[in-house]
Design a protein around this ligand. Structure first.
Ligand SMILES: [Zn+2]
Length: 344
């Protein structure tokens, strides 16, 4: 028996009141008197039930996915908007909503937190929200944006001490971070088609160049969207690491870096599973997300990634089990503990 855990889902279908409140918040930047209160946002449990049952839960049931690690809509994080206070209020609202989803559908959704990052602001300011999300909401991981400027890359690389306050807390709580950017406000980068994949690739290269895991041997990052260009260019990264006199990538990075399966065609999934060791691959679909259409060559949704794993001729049944369940429970120990407490 395998529990099919999708480690990458966002509340992209939140009730429209959320976006309306956010629009008011953004419109009020620079006008303190016009700032809307969080209490002015009214979303009922029925509103939440309706948006989940008609969307994510319906598709999970259709596809045979049992559980989703659920975080706020990534493109809506928009950390570049406003200052820390704006991000802080917004993150608190979005995280609370995902927590409510997990309370209403505890068998199907487990929350993952966004952080109230803001460009140029010390990441240590994110700690109170992170603590609240883990301790009060039971979040089992976080999403960490390596570029809160939204496509201008003004933050230091992930290996810089700038980020250490977050890492120290991650180690303390034994939670992983998915490295996940948000909306691109740089017109040169399409948000989900370029900025996301660029960021996945960039984050990996930053970690390759540094020696972060010497300082934090237990730190774990999940690189989404199949790792951007990383698996496809594994030879390049191996060669660069060799030229920089780094250890082999298996030793240098693969105790700490994991890739999800948000790759939307069979050859891509097959490449991922040919190149990356099976214990570093975690099942995910990012449904309902960037690519919502049906592939005319298969007749199925592009993001129905379970089909590609099921159909893989490269993976054994045991390896599929590890990708669907075991690896995710190992990378997210708080999820494992939650499931064990439920006898799963
Ligand atoms: Zn995502």
């Amino acid at each position: 028996m395998t529990l099919i855990i999708d480690c990458h889902g966002h509340y992209t279908t939140a009730p429209p009141q959320l976006a309306e409140w956010r629009d008011r918040q953004i419109a009020a930047i620079g006008e303190p008197a016009a700032v809307p209160k969080p209490s002015e946002l009214a979303i009922s449990d029925d509103d939440i039930r309706e948006t989940i049952e008609a969307n994510q839960l319906r598709l999970m049931n259709e596809r045979g996915n049992d559980m989703t690690l659920f975080s706020p809509r990534a493109s809506f994080m928009a950390h570049h908007v406003g200052d820390f206070q704006v991000s802080s209020t917004w993150a608190a609202i979005c995280n609370e909503l995902c927590f409510r989803v997990s309370e209403l559908f505890p068998d199907s959704f487990v929350p993952v937190a966004m952080l109230p990052q803001s460009p140029g602001v010390d990441p240590a300011t994110c700690i109170p929200e992170l603590v609240r999300c883990v301790e009060e909401y039971g979040c089992v991981g976080i999403n960490l944006n390596p570029d809160p400027s939204g496509g201008h890359w003004t933050s230091p690389p992930l290996t810089d001490r700038h980020w250490y306050p977050i890492y120290e807390k991650m180690v303390e709580y034994d939670i992983p971070a998915m490295v996940h950017v948000s909306t691109s406000c740089n017109p040169a980068f399409h948000t989900t088609g370029a900025h996301y994949l660029n960021a996945d690739t960039t984050a990996f290269m930053q970690l390759l160049q540094g020696d972060l895991f010497e300082d934090f041997p237990g730190l774990r990052f999940l690189i989404p969207h199949g790792g951007g260009a990383v698996p496809y260019h594994w030879g390049r990264f191996r060669g660069l690491a060799q030229a920089m006199e780094k250890p082999l990538l298996e030793e240098h990075l693969l105790n700490n870096i994991f890739f999800d399966t948000c790759v939307y065609h069979q050859p891509g999934i097959d490449l991922l599973n040919t190149v990356i060791p099976v214990d570093n691959v975690l099942f995910a679909s990012e449904m309902i997300g960037a690519v919502r259409g049906i592939d005319p060559t298969t007749g199925h949704h592009y993001d129905d990634t379970k089909r590609y794993i099921d159909a893989s001729a490269i993976l054994t049944a045991d390896e599929k089990h590890r990708i669907f369940e075991t690896n995710t429970r190992r990378v997210f120990p708080r999820l494992d503990a939650l499931l064990k407490a439920r006898g799963i």
